[in-house]
Design a protein around this ligand. Structure first.
Ligand code: ZN
Length: 119
């Protein structure tokens, strides 16, 4: 089963996820097999891009030179409306439980996710 890399979705500005055709489990990132049942029959789907914040942290010291210009920045783990979880940047001050929408920004030649509050 050919699986398009996760970044293919980001480049066109759409969050994508995989759903297992065998058991229906949804997951993010480009994985070879279903995390629940181990089958390899994974299909790509476009997500709506709306999600709920499940964890948030502020990174004061960037882990690499690439990210130093962004610091301090907020990282979140969100749960997409379709179910799977995903990590990305976020607007400062986002709260756990808050509804957010995915956006994208370019940094050092890469397209990165950034979530902003829906309201
Ligand atoms: Zn499965």
């Amino acid at each position: 089963m050919l699986a398009a890399p996760f970044n293919d979705g980001l480049r066109v500005g759409v969050v994508r996820y995989q759903r297992c055709a065998a058991c229906g489990h949804a997951q993010t990132l480009a994985r070879h097999a279903c995390q629940r049942c181990g089958r390899e029959d994974l299909r790509w789907h476009d997500a709506a891009g709306t999600a709920t914040v499940r964890a948030a942290t502020v990174v004061a010291r960037a882990p690499s030179d690439d990210f130093r210009p962004l610091a301090p920045y907020t990282l979140v783990i969100v749960e997409l409306d379709e179910g799977p979880r995903l990590m990305g940047h976020a607007a400062p001050g986002v709260q756990i439980g808050q509804g957010v929408r995915a956006g994208f920004f370019e940094h050092q030649g890469r397209t990165l996710l950034r979530f902003t509050p829906i309201d």
